[in-house]
Ligand binder design. Structure first.
Ligand code: NDP
Ligand code: 2IT
Length: 459
């Protein structure tokens, strides 16, 4: 056979393999649309990898990497303030442990179901691999809605949730952290309950703890800061920077707040942010002190921003935030917030870069449109990996029983984000798609895990 014939045969075999495994995954998970979306997005990137490395086909890597090692689903019964019994469903998806203990957040949101848990845990495999740290991948959560619950209700619920979860986690087994609806308060209650049940103090069982008792300085800021560091690396690559740019950020939670803070520190003008009820536009620049007070202290809605800043505008449909003209858009709220229509609007308004702070905030069609229109695109698995990276640093500090300064953590975070950017860039170039950082992230993350899976044998 000529060289060209061999190449063609390898490419055809890779395409058939990806197609066959995707059909299998669809058959096995028929109603899990978010999980199927996440697998399809990865699969599309990996064709050139299987063409170049048929050994991954022989090792059944795709068949194995798409089936979680373990899924735990459990009843969480608790009593509300009125004495009524409430029942929620709890999950922990332990997806892959080839690089280290399962690692990933816990989400409390009424939309939580098996598909959402699995897509998040699946994405975590590649994200955690990209950090270069020794962490496997998992995700957990519950369909519990923290909105409108009293502090005591939150405590009773999290204690009940942890009573079951504690049987399945541990500092060398599985180390959860926060995500939507889970911050340092919830982590604190879960940590207390875990230690109570174990009869000891196991600092490294959870990350995202309060830095005053066991947590790492800089963890709260890490995801948002890391997203902006990645976007800045990407802009620098093309001779640009975030300074002087107009930015919009969806959400006003943990990731959004610190993405806005870092963007402002680097000289950008952030003009819009949101919550699930609506969005605000402040053409003078969002006053972050007000947002932090409303969201971190008073538990208020973003609409309340108007009381302090009457010149701003409030719009009651959060998904419309993408109609605000900007240079850079940072979706930092939830999955699938930017669809094809929003992507068209952003492109029409001249957006130059997108940075995914949230997990899978853009649909596949939206991502394709950004690439087709030469909009720089920072994919979630790479751009928001700073959070879990600093979580892994929290694990290190807990093991060593010492604490790094905030400056030290931030310095390490910058190095991690720089290395992730370089890995994505190189993988994209090596596999024939320079500048496609989404493909680069998928390929670089995949190679790291796939090599470990080959080394560890078929299991
Ligand atoms: P928070 O709970 O702190 O904030 C979430 C924000 O998004 C809130 O403003 C919330 O509004 C809004 N939001 C949530 N769900 C929806 C929805 N269905 N529609 C519209 N708005 C919504 O969560 P985080 O900031 O921690 O997480 C945000 C995203 O970042 C998630 O995708 C998460 O998986 C991802 N992520 C988080 C990391 C972390 O370290 N925390 C690390 C990496 C990724 P409201 O309050 O009204 O519900
Ligand atoms: O999606 C994520 O990476 C997180 N929610 C953070 C996980 C972690 O273990 O810090």
């Amino acid at each position: 056979m000529t060289k060209l014939e061999v190449l063609t045969e390898n490419r055809n075999r890779a395409n058939d393999y990806v197609h066959e495994v995707y059909e299998l995954v669809k058959k096995r998970n028929p109603d899990e649309k978010e999980f199927l979306q996440a697998t399809r997005e990865i699969f599309d990137s990996l064709r050139p990898v299987f063409a170049k490395h048929p050994e991954y086909i022989a090792n059944g890597i795709l068949e194995r990497i798409t089936e979680p090692e373990r899924i735990i689903s459990f009843r969480v019964a608790w009593e509300d303030d009125k004495g009524k019994v409430q029942v929620n469903r709890g999950f922990r998806v332990q997806f892959n442990s080839d690089l280290g203990p399962y690692k990933g957040g816990i989400r409390f949101h009424p939309s939580v179901n098996s598909s959402i848990m699995k897509f998040l845990a699946f994405e975590q495999i590649f994200k955690n691999a990209l950090t270069g740290q020794p962490i496997g991948a998992g995700k957990g959560g519950s369909d519990f809605d923290p909105k409108g619950k009293s502090d005591r209700e939150i405590m009773r619920f999290t204690q009940s949730f942890m009573t079951e979860l504690s049987k399945h986690i541990g500092p060398d087994i599985d180390v959860p952290a926060g995500d939507i609806g889970v911050g340092k308060r919830e982590i604190g209650y879960m940590f207390g309950q875990y230690n109570r049940l174990k009869g000891g103090y196991e600092a490294g069982v959870l990350t995202g703890k309060d830095p005053n008792h066991g947590g790492s300085l800089g963890r709260k800021e890490a995801t948002g800061y890391g997203t902006v560091y990645f976007v800045e690396e990407m802009l620098n690559e093309y001779g640009q920077s975030i300074e002087g740019k107009t930015v919009i950020v969806s959400g006003s939670g943990n990731v959004s707040t610190y993405a806005m803070e870092k963007a402002q520190q680097l000289g950008a003008k952030v003009i819009a942010c949101s919550d699930s009820d609506g969005y605000i536009v402040d053409s003078e620049g969002i006053n972050l002190a007000t947002v932090k007070r409303l969201k971190e202290v008073e538990n208020k809605r973003i609409a309340d921003y108007m009381k302090d800043h009457p010149n701003a505008e409030y719009h009651p449909d959060c998904s419309d935030i993408w109609s605000v003209a900007c240079d850079i858009a940072l979706p930092c709220a939830t999955q699938n917030e930017i669809d094809e229509i929003s992507a068209h609007t952003l492109i029409g308004n001249g957006v130059i870069a997108i940075g995914e702070g949230a997990n899978m905030p853009c649909t596949i069609e939206a991502i394709n449109l950004f690439h087709e229109n030469r909009v720089l695109f920072a994919p979630a698995k790479a751009a928001n990996a700073g959070g879990v990276a600093v979580s892994a640093m929290e694990m290190s500090q807990n093991s060593m029983r010492l604490s790094w300064t905030e400056a030290e953590v931030d310095e390490r975070l910058k190095v991690v984000m720089h290395n992730i950017f370089e890995s994505c860039k190189k993988a994209a170039e090596n596999y024939g798609h320079p500048g496609n950082f989404a493909m680069g992230a998928n390929i670089a993350g995949f190679l790291k895990v796939a090599n470990a899976m080959v080394a560890h044998g078929i299991r």
